[in-house]
Design a protein around this ligand. Sequence first.
Ligand SMILES: Nc1ncnc2c1ncn2[C@@H]1O[C@H](COP(=O)(O)OP(=O)(O)O)[C@@H](O)[C@H]1O
Ligand SMILES: [Mg+2]
Length: 346
Amino acid sequence: MPATVAAVLDAIPMPLVLVDAGQRVLAANDPAAVLFGEGLVGRTAPTFLRHPAFLDGLELCLNEGGRTTARVMAATRAGETHLSVTISPFESEGAGQGALIAFEDLTAQEQAVSMRRDFVANVSHELRTPLTALVGFIDTLRGAARDDAAARDRFLGIMEREAGRMIRLVNDLLSLSRVESEERRRPDQKVEILSLLKSALVTHREQAEGAGVALTLEAAREAVWIKADGDQLTQVFYNLIENAVKYGGAGKEVKIRLTEIDHEPVLRGPAVKIEFIDRGEGIDALHLPRITERFYRVDAHRSREKGGTGLGLAIVKHIVNRHRGRLRIVSEPGKGSNFMVILPVG
Ligand SMILES: Nc1ncnc2c1ncn2[C@@H]1O[C@H](COP(=O)(O)OP(=O)(O)O)[C@@H](O)[C@H]1O
Ligand SMILES: [Mg+2]
């Protein structure tokens, strides 16, 4: 193999494999080795990628001399990988007629497409349920319940609740998309966290009293300033307080605790930790890794019943990420949960 050919393959960042007319590998670059393992040279094509569409394409290219393409799902070093393969005729001095095989890893793209598809399906489903209920009640109000004042009141109440749920869903979707679009821009306001916490507490006092929950705030200091986006932090606090009150169990206590950390090991620097501690039902370890995904709920029916959208923690996670902070969740079924927001200071 002429040195220039190998040098060209090495200079190109996508996985490339050059084979001779007998499908034997003449050269392969580093990205190809990452995909299929070291020691490709000398092996034949079916030994590193045994896939009918790929082997048919390769044969066609070698026999007829045209460029062929194939889409294959293959088990590679990186796991199940979606590959787009382009096979082009390649003639070189010494090696004669062969083929250059270029691979493009489409796994991430495919994942993004499927996530978007799931997201649209989820949103549609979440909106359809209350809309169907509304249409049903409109029908009933026109017909059977027309002259029944008590039924009318009750149905209007339900309709109001369903409409409210749709408004909350749309608002949550809008804030999620806003947060996502800003995720790369670091927040730059000077914000005093304790005053934000205090006003979040005041805002939720009524909801907490209604649920028979005692809300308390504990902090060793009077004021803690950090660089942040005040509105977004308020959203984080609202969502976590709401959850703690909703899922924390009636008659129990919800404690918010602020502490300062001189050196946070993961953030590698000083940080402030805000804990939202409830003594409710807790979350099974099985659900914890997925709890911040959009629309993920432990009990979808109950979440909807309580007016939830399933987006609260997804919003929290994105905002904390934008602040280069951490969200830690410690929870024990039957005992309660602790949602910790850890933000870098300075
Ligand atoms: N403090 C908590 N205790 C127990 N479960 C919780 C708590 N916070 C959140 N969860 C669970 O996580 C799910 C997702 O929360 P979230 O994204 O805020 O959606 P929502 O509150 O609208 O259902 C909830 O449906 C609930 O099952
Ligand atoms: Mg919530």
